[in-house]
Structures are given as structure tokens and as C-alpha cells.
Write a protein that binds this ligand. Structure first.
Ligand code: SAM
Length: 237
């Protein structure tokens, strides 16, 4: 049994494995010119980019495969495309909008999408504080992913406005302190969300500490959120 099966009770198809391999090569090549990610060792890449991205959506994965309901996903502060690209590779019946404030990262993603043949993915240069106020995007997504972007409460303020009612924010964290948990409880209440669950786990190779917070949107987010550029980080809820 391999680690995918042991940890997610699922195994990528040959086609998905080839796409992961292709993604790895493209990122290593891109990294020669652009400072995209520090994680380029093959084992590290597998664990910290591929496995970690998919562990956050484990609830969608079953031994029979991946839930095929059509869902609309946004990945905020995607960087070189994580967690959004691995998610788009395994859930074909979804659309994924990869958003980052850094244009060179979005240009890089645009340049690699044809090689990955990911027609369900688009990349957008924008700040989370702006896209959350744009009526074309606000309250239109089923799921919002966010990893390694800002404090937990800023992540909640970035993601919740973009979700439809009933939608889910997946906030990927390393360590999570009790202080951060009480901070996010307070934030999600103001944003129209409730914490559905918090999962603690360790990565399968380096045994690093991880947490995933799952926040369900249960009420409309007040129009004043997200606040202006920089405010969610400077004055956390
Ligand atoms: N999510 C990726 C990952 O886990 O590998 C990248 C994480 S990187 C540490 C943080 C990224 O968030 C950067 O690419 C940065 O440009 C982006 N970012 C930070 N604040 C942002 C904001 N307010 N709106 C959009 N992108 C933001």
C-alpha cells in the first residue's frame, strides 16, 4: 500500500500522477527565473505541495473516487498554485479560480496551464480584499481555499465574503494556538460563519504539525467586509 492509500484511502490515476510530475517539472523550471517556492526537493514537493494540498479536501475523497458534483472553488493567495492546482487536477468537475496579488506568479500560472491541460482553471491577479468586494465574485463560490497567506482571522475575512451561503472555507495552517482559535471564533461570527471542525494531523514523511479549519458560511457577510487593503492584517477582527 502506498502513502496516498494509507493516508487518504485513495490513489491518483496514472493520468493524475503524470500531471503531478509535469507540475513538478514546470515549477522547478519556473523557479530558475522566478522566486516561486522554496519547496523544490522532490520528496518535499510531494509532501508539502501535493499531499498537503489534497489532505485539506480529504472529506471530498473516498475509496470510490472524488465527489463529482460541480463545484466552484477559489484559492486565495495561491502563489505558485497551491493548494488550487492539485485540487483542480483531481476534481475535474469543478472550476478553480487561482488568485494572487503578485502578477508574476499569476503570469507563471497562466504560462503552465496549457501544458497541464487544465481547462477548469483560471488565474487572476487581484488582492483578496478587492475580489471579495467585486459583485462578480462575492458570495458566488462553493469553496474557498487559503494556505499560508495571513493570520487565521485575516484568512477568514478574505474567504467568507466570497462564499455562497452554505459554502465552506478551508483554512490550511501549520501550528494553531488556542489564542488563534479564540481569535477566529470571534472573527467568523462577525463574518456570517461557524467553525464546523478543526482537524489536527501530521504530514506522512517529515511528521510536521498541520491543522485545517473548516468554516461554514451560514449567513450573509455584512457589506463592510472585507475591509480595505491591508486592514484585515493590521487590525485583525
Ligand atoms: N498558497 C501558496 C502556498 O501555500 O504555497 C502561497 C503561499 S505564499 C507564502 C503567500 C501568497 O499570498 C503570496 O503569493 C502573496 O502574494 C499572496 N498574498 C498575500 N496577501 C494577499 C492578499 N491580500 N490578496 C491576494 N494574495 C495575497
Amino acid at each position: 500500500m502506498d502513502i496516498w492509500e494509507e493516508t487518504l484511502n485513495w490513489k491518483p490515476s496514472l493520468e493524475q500522477q503524470e500531471l503531478f510530475q509535469c507540475l513538478y517539472k514546470l515549477i522547478v523550471e519556473g523557479n530558475r527565473q522566478l522566486n516561486l517556492t522554496r519547496i523544490t526537493d522532490p520528496e518535499d514537493f510531494w509532501e508539502k505541495h501535493l499531499w498537503d494540498s489534497l489532505r485539506g479536501i480529504k472529506f471530498l475523497i473516498s475509496a470510490e473516487g472524488i465527489e463529482t458534483k460541480k463545484i466552484k472553488i477559489i484559492d486565495l493567495g495561491t502563489g505558485a498554485g497551491f493548494p488550487g492546482i492539485p485540487v483542480a487536477i483531481i476534481i475535474k468537475n469543478c472550476t478553480v479560480n487561482l488568485v494572487d496579488s503578485t502578477k508574476k506568479k499569476i503570469n507563471f500560472i497562466d504560462s503552465i496551464l496549457p501544458a497541464l491541460d487544465l481547462k477548469n482553471v483560471k488565474a487572476t491577479t487581484c488582492r483578496a480584499e478587492e475580489i471579495g468586494r467585486d459583485s462578480q465574485h462575492r458570495e458566488t463560490y462553493d469553496m474557498a481555499l487559503i494556505r499560508a497567506v495571513a493570520s487565521v482571522s485575516a484568512c477568514a475575512e478574505y474567504t467568507l465574503p466570497l462564499l455562497k451561503q452554505g459554502g465552506l472555507a478551508v483554512i490550511y495552517r501549520g501550528n494553531l494556538t488556542d489564542e488563534e482559535i479564540s481569535q477566529i471564533e470571534n472573527a467568523v461570527e462577525q463574518l456570517g460563519g461557524v467553525i464546523e471542525s478543526i482537524e489536527q494531523f501530521n504530514t506522512p514523511i517529515s511528521n510536521s504539525d498541520r491543522h485545517c479549519l473548516y468554516v461554514r458560511k451560514v449567513a450573509s457577510t455584512p457589506a463592510k467586509f472585507p475591509r480595505g487593503i491591508g486592514v484585515p492584517v493590521q487590525r485583525p477582527l
